[in-house]
Write a protein that binds this ligand. Structure first.
Ligand SMILES: Cc1cc2nc3c(=O)[nH]c(=O)nc-3n(C[C@H](O)[C@H](O)[C@H](O)COP(=O)(O)OP(=O)(O)OC[C@H]3O[C@@H](n4cnc5c(N)ncnc54)[C@H](O)[C@@H]3O)c2cc1C
Length: 417
C-alpha cells in the first residue's frame, strides 16, 4: 500500500484568507516541485501548492527512465523502485524479442516517492508547501499577480506574488489552452495496475522493460509490464486518442493484455494494489504560450511530454532546469523580466530537434497501428532492430537517435512509407 504522507493537507479552518510570497508554484509534479526546490535553494520565498491532499495519491506515471537521468538530475536511489538491464518487445502476434544490456541501463521510479523527495528538499531549503489547494484563477494585481485557490471544503485562499508558475501538467489550469491552429494537442490516455505477484512470477518480469506492440495487443497504442519493488509489477496500456474512429474501452484493452500475458492461474495469484491512469497531451511543435505577463508555465503545461514512449518526467525536469536560472535573474532587479524572453527558445534547444521528430513519429506510429498491414510494417522494423544492442535500443527510444538505423529506416520514421 502507498506510504502515509508526511504532509497532511492544511485543515480548512486554519486556512488564512491571504498569503504573500515572491513566487507561487502551482503543481507539485516533477516540474513544479523541482523548480520550487531550486528557487528555495537560492533563498527565494517560494510557495508550492497542489490540489492533491497527499502526494502518495494519483501516482499515475509508470516512470521508466534511463540511468543517466538519475545522475543528470541528482536523483537519490530511494526514489527508484527497480532497476532494469533488458528490453523485451512482445508482438506483433506472439513474437518475443529480447535485448540484454551489459549492466544496469535504467530505473523505474516510484513516482510518489519522487514527488515526496522533491517537496521534502524544497521544504528543507525553506520553501513552503500547502496541499489540498486547487488553483482556480490568476489575475494581475499591481506589479504582480493574485491567484485564487480553493480547498475541498470550498474555503478560498488568495496568494499575492511577484510571479506565478503554472506547473499543473497537461491540465494547464492557469496558462490555459492555446487555439489548436496548425499544431493541435495530441492526446494519449493510459491506465495501469500496480499488482503484487508471487516471487517466481515477479522474477519472470524483473530487470526488464517489457512492451506489447501490435494492433492485436493494443490498437493505436501499446501495453507494458514494468518491475517495481520485489514482488510488485506495473501492468498498463496507453493509446493515442483518435477522434475519427471508435476505440475499445481502455480497461478492456488492459484486461486482454493481462489474459494473453498471464495464465488463468497466474492471474488468480495477482493482487491489485492500485489502479491509476491519466492523460498525456502534447503539441508536437510546442507552439504555445510559455508565459502571459508574470504567469509562466513549464513541464507538461508547455507540452514537454513526448508521445513516442509516453515519456515526460525527464523532459519536465529539463524544463525546470531551463526556467530556474532565468526566473532567478528576473527576480533579481538587475535582470528584470527581460531575462525570461529567451525561455521558449532555450527550452526548445534543451529538448533538441529530435524531440519534435519523435513527436511526429509517435503520431504516425501509434495512430496508424490499427491494421494487419501496419503490424507487418512494424514487424519489419523490429526485425531490423534484432541485430542491435540493448544500448542501441535505449539510444533510439530515449535519445531518439533514429539515424543510427540507417537511411533506409528514415522514410518509415518520417511517415513517407
Ligand atoms: C499512464 C501514464 C504513464 C506514464 N509513464 C511515464 C513513464 O514511464 N516515463 C515518463 O517519463 N513519463 C511518463 N508519463 C508522463 C509523466 O508522468 C509526465 O510527463 C510528468 O509527470 C509531467 O510532469 P509535470 O510536473 O509537468 O506534471 P504532472 O506530473 O502532471 O504534475 C502536475 C501537478 O499539478 C497538480 N494540479 C493540476 N491542476 C491543479 C490545480 N488547478 N491546482 C493545483 N494543483 C493542480 C496535479 O495534482 C499534479 O500533482 C506517464 C503519464 C501517464 C499518464
Amino acid at each position: 500500500m502507498p506510504e502515509a504522507s508526511p504532509f497532511p493537507a492544511s485543515p480548512s479552518c486554519t486556512l488564512p484568507s491571504r498569503l504573500d510570497c515572491r513566487v507561487l508554484v502551482v503543481g507539485a509534479g516533477p516540474a513544479g516541485a523541482d523548480l520550487a526546490r531550486q528557487l528555495a535553494m537560492a533563498d527565494v520565498d517560494v510557495l508550492l501548492v497542489d490540489q492533491l491532499t497527499d502526494l502518495s495519491h494519483a501516482a499515475f506515471s509508470s516512470a521508466a527512465l534511463p540511468l543517466a537521468t538519475m545522475d543528470r538530475f541528482g536523483l537519490p536511489a530511494r526514489v527508484a523502485a527497480a532497476r532494469w538491464s533488458q528490453w523485451q518487445l512482445i508482438g506483433p502476434g506472439e513474437r518475443r524479442r529480447q535485448w540484454r544490456g551489459s549492466g544496469t541501463m535504467g530505473v523505474v521510479l516510484d513516482f510518489a516517492a519522487l514527488r515526496r523527495w522533491l517537496v521534502q528538499e524544497c521544504q528543507a531549503w525553506g520553501g513552503r508547501l500547502t496541499l489540498g489547494l486547487r488553483a482556480i484563477a490568476c489575475r494581475p494585481e499591481g506589479q504582480g499577480l493574485r491567484t485564487r485557490l480553493r480547498d475541498r471544503s470550498g474555503a478560498v485562499l488568495d496568494v499575492v506574488s511577484e510571479w506565478v508558475v503554472d506547473a499543473t501538467g497537461q491540465q494547464r489550469a492557469l496558462i490555459g489552452e492555446a487555439p489548436a491552429g496548425r499544431d493541435p494537442l495530441v492526446s494519449g490516455v493510459g491506465c495501469e495496475w500496480l499488482v503484487e505477484a508471487p516471487p517466481n512470477l515477479w522474477q519472470d518480469w524483473a530487470d526488464q522493460l517489457a512492451f506489447c506492440l501490435g494492433s492485436d495487443w493494443v490498437g493505436q497504442g501499446y501495453g507494458w509490464v514494468f518491475p517495481m519493488q520485489p514482488g510488485r509489477l506495473k501492468i498498463g496500456v496507453c493509446r493515442l486518442a483518435d477522434g475519427g474512429r471508435a476505440q475499445r474501452p481502455l480497461a478492456a484493452e488492459l484486461r486482454s493484455v493481462l489474459e494473453r500475458l498471464f495464465t488463468a492461474e497466474q492471474r488468480q495469484s495477482l493482487r491489485v494494489l492500485d489502479r491509476h491512469g491519466g492523460l498525456i497531451r502534447s503539441r508536437v511543435h510546442r507552439r504555445e504560450p510559455h508565459r502571459r505577463g508574470r504567469l509562466l508555465a513549464l513541464g507538461d503545461a508547455v507540452s514537454t511530454a513526448n508521445l513516442l514512449g509516453g515519456e515526460g518526467i525527464r523532459h519536465a525536469l529539463t524544463s525546470s532546469r531551463v526556467l530556474a536560472p532565468l526566473l532567478l535573474r528576473a527576480l533579481d532587479q538587475a535582470g528584470g523580466s527581460d531575462a525570461l524572453r529567451g525561455y521558449p527558445a532555450d527550452l526548445r534547444r534543451a529538448l533538441g530537434w529530435r524531440w519534435s521528430l519523435s513527436g511526429r513519429l509517435a503520431r504516425r506510429t501509434w495512430l496508424g497501428l490499427r491494421s494487419p498491414a501496419a503490424d507487418r510494417r512494424l514487424n519489419a522494423l523490429l526485425q531490423g532492430l534484432e541485430t542491435c544492442t540493448a544500448e542501441d535500443l535505449s539510444a533510439l527510444l530515449f535519445a531518439y537517435r533514429f539515424e543510427r538505423y540507417g537511411l533506409r529506416a528514415v522514410p518509415y520514421l518520417l511517415g513517407w512509407r
